[in-house]
Design a protein around this ligand. Structure first.
Ligand code: GUN
Length: 284
């Protein structure tokens, strides 16, 4: 069996059309949705991600500001900038691109963002709300993955789901969303004793560790759904994920490619969260 591709670019196109419609409606009512993207330092990967986020805003009728700071910016200066954005009525969403330089405490920075503008869903108030079942914002990457399951009618109720990776950005919130959807969830990570023993039982595997070939064909149950959140480069410099795509696609029923899978969905859900933040602000 060759797996069916879950095309994140195509699904994003549909969802972004809805974003653009809602952005136009808000703009007509004098509430143009606005996103502030903050980048500190010159991490080349972050630079690409951030530019794509700003461009997606422009393409879909959202206002965006891109605030770039040198790696020498102090924590106090960054906190003061976030405070200004918290009070800016044109800004409904604030995204501070991670990772931050080592001298800045990223927890402190995330907690400084007003929870109602935390479109990443990383603030403890939002992470806690997700844990207790009433999320204000769902973190963009796992939220995008949930939309992929939904779009392809992939059943999660009672399914065995394995999440590989336990980051605050992807692994932990992904596990919570799968749990909310009724899956039996296992979180595997670098200390897991026998990863393959877990993944071979899984109807759904989400790989989010940032290392190539973490999941190979022999580790996948025939007919499983495999989601690849990884963004790595192979020896030739070509973009690739965490999954051995060529091998696993011959075993799985559904698989996401890299590029063109989860990546565009992350940005799409950022737009969706920003629209929702602006709609909420417009109702107040
Ligand atoms: N770095 C890697 N992924 C993300 C993300 O989704 N949001 C932010 N703010 N930083 C990231």
């Amino acid at each position: 069996m060759t797996a069916q591709l879950i095309d994140g670019t195509a699904l994003s196109k549909t969802l972004r059309a809805d974003v653009a419609t809602r952005a136009a409606a808000l703009t007509a009512r004098g509430h143009k949705p606005g996103l502030a993207v903050v980048l500190v330092g010159d991490n080349p990967a972050s630079e690409v991600y951030v530019r794509n986020k700003v461009k997606a805003c422009q393409d879909n009728g959202l206002h965006s500001v891109f605030d770039r700071f040198p790696a020498t910016l102090s924590e106090a200066e960054l906190l003061a900038h976030i405070d200004a954005l918290n009070h800016d009525p044109k800004i409904h969403g604030i995204l501070v691109q991670l990772p931050l330089p080592a001298h800045i405490d990223s927890h402190k920075v995330i907690e400084a963002i007003a929870p109602e503008k935390d479109v990443d869903g990383f603030h403890v108030a939002n992470a806690g709300a997700l844990l207790t079942g009433k999320p204000l914002f769902r973190p963009c990457t796992p939220y995008g993955v949930m939309k992929m399951f939904e779009a392809h009618g992939i059943a999660l109720k009672g399914a065995n789901a394995v999440v590989i990776g336990r980051s605050n950005i992807v692994g932990k919130p992904m596990a919570l969303l799968l749990l909310e959807a009724g899956a039996t969830v296992t979180i595997c990570h670098s200390k897991t004793r026998d990863l393959a023993a877990h993944t071979r039982q899984a109807d759904v595997v989400v790989a989010a560790v940032g290392r190539r070939n973490v999941l190979t064909a022999d580790m996948v149950k025939p007919g499983a759904t495999v989601i690849d959140v990884g963004m790595n480069r192979d020896e030739a410099g070509k973009l690739c994920g965490d999954v051995d795509f060529a091998g696993v696609r011959e075993v799985a029923a559904y698989i996401t490619p890299v590029p063109g899978g989860v990546g565009p969905m992350t940005i799409t859900m950022l737009l969706v969260n920003t629209i929702e933040a602006a709609e909420r602000a417009g109702r107040d």
